[in-house]
Design a protein around this ligand. Sequence first.
Ligand code: BES
Ligand code: MN
Length: 456
Amino acid sequence: MADHRQKALEFIQDHKNQSLEKMKELISIPSVSTDPERAGDIKEAAEWLRKELESLGMTRVEIHPTPRHPIVYAENLSAGKDRPTVLIYGHYDVQPEDPIEDWNTDPFTPTEKGENLFARGATDMKGQIIATFSAIDAIHQTGQLPVNVKFLIEGEEEIGGSYLETFIKDNTELLACDFFLNPDTGMQAPDLPTITYALRGIAYFELRVQGPKHDMHSGTFGGAIHNPAQVMTDLLSGLHDKKGRVTLKGFYDRVIPLGEEEREELSKLPIKEEFYLQQGGVKALWGEEGYTPVERTGARPTLEINGLYSGFIEEGQKTVLPAYAMAKVSCRLVADQDPVEVYEQFKAYLEENAPETVTWELTQMSKDFPSLSDRKSKWIEAYVKAAEAAWGKRPIFKREGGSVPVVVHVQQSLGVDSVNIGFGLPSDNMHGPNEKIHLPTFYKGIEALVHFFFNL
Ligand code: BES
Ligand code: MN
């Protein structure tokens, strides 16, 4: 097997360009899951994956339709019963490309500049899908697979309410495995291989505040009719107190406090205030009193306003008293918070604080639980060694502030834990304009995956 490993590693070196070309092909399909007009592109991406998985030597490849976007499943179980089975995750959908005017190149025309490839979906997460494909391809082309491989690739990760949860519940036998490989997280820096052991959950809301039945003259009626934009901003500003804590009653009740040992470890991570200042280009940081930025984003829950709309926002002026205001608000949750309980808490807050002058409506979108993973399993150990082989460094262990909802679903329905790794960087501008992937890190990632599969 040492010889096979060597051959596979040589194979990836000789086929870097093929990996790059494959990534470009997949990225060129604008599979934006939230946009109904892109349903055809979503289908095309699923079809592209099917063909690719067939050429990787998968012996069974299926597209499972859902009421929304199809799930791609594939397997090659030729390693045999005495070898472990890994279920490799991916999502082929991407976030919308807007604001389009902020892109320097076309979001769906992958463009190489220096060491980076720019395009929507490059790092989140089509590049990571291709990294797993390239690693499996290299191993398959140079010999027998040392592990049984299953792929589960969905098209609904970036939108709330995915059908993947139901699919997993209904197909526990098909998806049975020894562990889950989730390449949808990232590395802290190009020379810092990273293992993510916690992901936050999310409760996402749309809040609509309705004032008068239609827009009105702000001079004639302002002062007599309560402005819904004002009501909205009053309500939103009441959601945090002076200490940066969320004011929803009961919000922190289920939060597992950070232990001293973990705080100590997190404080040693090479992720300091400077990192956040630099990434954001802001003058100062903000957050819950008594916690460091790493703790605030990983181990503490937060509440963000994701969007805010009311009245006239075009050029020039319009003296209008708007009919309604709308806000998108989401909470990132940590263990053991419950996203539906947070909905109840938000509703109770509105019942208590919204004035009688308006009506309001709160709808919940995402309701995903947070996850925590074992940091010492043999699968994690196999990745630690793989990362050491590829980067010459022991990986750091961190909590991630973002969410990958599937991890909890496989923990609950399949009873297996997840190895959360990936090759995206904080500077890759995930979800923002000019998203990119750092190519040297991508190639190293393929190498690490080859080592990982042999280490299992
Ligand atoms: N890959 C991200 C999650 C992530 C972000 C991992 C940053 C590591 C670093 C994932 O695709 C994502 O964006 N998830 C959404 C889920 C939501 C829409 C339910 C998120 O976190 O906003
Ligand atoms: Mn994402």
